[in-house]
Write a protein that binds this ligand. Structure first.
Ligand SMILES: O=P(O)(O)O[C@@H]1C[C@H](O)[C@@H](CO)O1
Ligand SMILES: Nc1nc2[nH]cnc2c(=O)[nH]1
Length: 233
């Protein structure tokens, strides 16, 4: 999609071997859901243990400001309610079980680690924790939809990530999710604000340096055996 480079980059980040997707596939681009999540299984086969998934999202929580970084503690998979789940079809036993648990989708130790690193970097003022809701896109939400999603418990809304999380958890990868609140979801009929992709890209650029620092510092502290340095046990 415009704004995503569409490259896969291999290298080391703070001494840790990493592979980085510079962009992703989205359902709204017309890709089948298995293709949207295909890179995650490639990562598993490459030996990846931990994935850090990032996205741009609209803020539904009234306490959120544009530029906030929300650590994802849970998700609402609305396409999943209608049967649009990446694990639909014959189960690939070599990756995982037929009915994977999702109540532990977002790794609590990694989330804690992200909070600690964020505080150390002085980012606490713009770091939040909340529930991410995925929709199919590409149209942004109506006012009624935003109000409904907020009442359902969503703090942020976007068009990605959740499908990747489901496939990652299915094959046993540990997941940290970060949403950059790039715009405030319009919840008020009097509002003159309009969601638009340019604002999404602009907010992304404004926070890029801090997000890079957050992720690279975190990566440096995650041990390859999935233990963490400096976060208690
Ligand atoms: O790939 P993400 O979820 O970060 O991208 C979001 C959703 C749409 O692709 C785009 C909307 O502006 O940003
Ligand atoms: N669905 C959705 N995706 C987004 N990505 C960035 N902002 C938004 C938004 O407001 N809604």
């Amino acid at each position: 999609v415009h704004g995503h480079a569409g490259r896969l980059i291999f290298g080391t980040l703070n001494g840790k071997p990493c592979v980085c997707m510079q962009g992703r596939f989205h359902l709204y681009e017309g890709y089948p859901i298995w293709k949207v999540t295909f890179p995650i299984r490639i990562f598993k086969l490459l030996g990846v243990q931990t994935v850090i998934l990032t996205n741009a999202a609209g803020g539904l929580n009234q306490d959120y400001k544009v530029g906030d970084v929300m650590l994802i503690k849970d998700h609402l998979n609305l396409p999943g309610f209608a049967g649009n789940n990446p694990l639909v079809g014959p189960n690939e036993e070599r990756f995982g079980v037929r009915f994977p648990c999702m109540s532990d989708a977002y790794d609590r130790d990694l989330l804690k680690a992200a909070q600690v690193v964020g505080a150390e970097l002085g980012y606490s003022d713009f770091m939040k924790e909340g529930v991410y809701c995925v929709l199919g896109g590409p149209s942004f939400e109506t006012i009624a939809e935003c109000r409904m999603l907020n009442r359902l418990g969503a703090d942020a809304v976007g068009m990605s990530t959740v499908h990747e999380v489901i496939v990652a958890r299915h094959c046993g990868l540990r997941v940290l999710g970060l949403s950059l609140i790039t715009n405030k979801a319009v919840m008020d009929y009097e509002s003159e604000e309009r969601a638009n992709h340019e604002e999404v890209l602009q907010t992304g650029k404004q926070r890029a340096e801090q997000l890079e620092k957050l992720v690279s510092t975190l990566v440096a502290r995650v041990e390859l055996n999935n233990n963490y340095c400096g976060f208690g046990d």
